[in-house]
Design a protein around this ligand. Structure first.
Ligand SMILES: [Zn+2]
Length: 363
């Protein structure tokens, strides 16, 4: 447990940049960008636009009244999307970018499958694009059949309508990102309470930088390689210490190592990102990972970066003001329709359902 706590302390001191997310159970500060990170888009300028009447269709009051005197700030998009309990009853579509968008026609991965269990059920983040949900199910079945895993513990995917979240992740907004715990699924059904309380296991050793070979084994590496082997998977984010350990493993196929990207955090779970589905108009793709396996200088640079002492703020330095919250106006315009669309239970969606975002009915 000491090692675990130490690892948390060290990694907790290191903040990370936009485009990825926190470990499964905690929100983190975001600050220091790393090298060769798959770029998230730069933040568009905050819109001056005030919420229109249409915003009143959301579950949160916008506070807009005919009295112009007290100008209420626009409601943060995370408040609106965080309050959506059901998916938008529209054709499945990922809209925008992984860290700036929303999701229509989401489906839920069932909380229990033969080879998976969804964790942290209270968060209601087991929603994704049907293609992503299909990928997670396939991975769970494959690793159980071929890699000796009992099954997977599934972490956060997206909210029912995607979008920014009140806690954690910058990405996971368009239903194409999934966190899979590196802790194997136990040989029994966890209770709902256990799924809230159980902590994921860090794969790192005492230094909080390198993987502990007693914890991170070839069995874990096989899971990560399996995820990276799928055609629709564009990236699998793991802690640099994990990537380093995978690079040092002898006799394994590195064919898909270019997709296994080192990134801050991600020593409790891996983050799998799939490509924009071809029929998701308005889904903004990420540049493909280069052809290099990333095992030489790239991963070593990351390790060196982690070994550097954290930056200390200059005494008397003004703290930078908190970033302006992202509002609905900062997201792709179609996200307003996603917010306003009727909800459903997410069970009957088939891709290509006739209604699309343009035909959305307002509440
Ligand atoms: Zn993630």
């Amino acid at each position: 447990m000491r090692r675990f706590a130490l690892a948390i302390g060290i990694i907790g001191a290191i903040a990370f940049a936009a485009g990825a997310e926190t470990r499964p159970d905690e929100a983190r500060v975001f600050a220091v960008p790393g090298p060769t990170i798959a770029a998230a888009p730069s933040t568009p300028p905050a819109s001056k636009e005030q919420p229109s009447k249409e915003n009143g269709a959301t579950r949160e009051s916008t506070g807009v009244t005919s009295d112009p005197k007290p100008q209420e700030p626009p409601v943060a998009a995370k408040t609106i999307f965080g309050a959506a309990a059901t998916p938008a009853s529209l054709a499945a579509r990922s809209i925008g970018f992984y860290s700036r968008g929303c999701l229509a026609g989401a489906v839920a991965i069932p909380t229990d499958g033969e080879t998976w269990q969804v964790m942290r059920l209270s968060r209601n983040r087991n929603w994704g694009h049907p293609k992503l949900v299909a990928m997670v199910k396939r991975l769970a079945g494959d690793v159980a059949a071929k890699d000796g895993w009992q099954g997977l513990l599934v972490g956060d995917i997206s909210q029912p309508r995607g979008g920014p979240m009140l806690t954690g992740h910058n990405s996971h907004q368009i239903g194409l990102d999934a966190d899979i715990w590196l802790t194997p699924m136990p040989n029994r059904r966890l209770t709902a309470a256990e799924r809230e309380a159980l902590s994921a296991t860090s794969m790192l050793g005492k230094d909080g930088i390198h993987a502990d070979p007693q914890v991170f084994t070839p069995y874990h590496a096989a899971l990560i390689r399996r995820a990276a082997s799928y055609g629709e998977v564009e990236r699998v984010l793991v802690h640099p210490g994990i990537k380093k350990a995978m690079c040092e493993e002898k006799g394994v196929d590195r064919k898909h190592f270019h997709k296994i990207r080192p990134y801050w955090g991600h020593h409790y779970h891996m983050h799998i990102r799939i490509a924009c589905p071809p029929d998701s108009v308005g889904c903004r793709p990420q540049p493909p990972a280069g052809p290099e396996d990333g095992c030489g200088k790239e991963v070593d640079d990351w390790i060196a970066l982690l070994q550097r002492p954290p930056k200390v703020a200059q005494p008397g330095a003004k703290p930078s003001p908190p970033p302006k919250p992202v509002t609905l106006a900062d997201l792709p315009p179609e996200c307003r329709l996603v917010v306003e669309a009727d909800g459903d239970d997410g069970r009957d969606h088939k891709p290509g359902k006739p209604q699309d975002a343009r035909g959305a009915t307002s509440r």
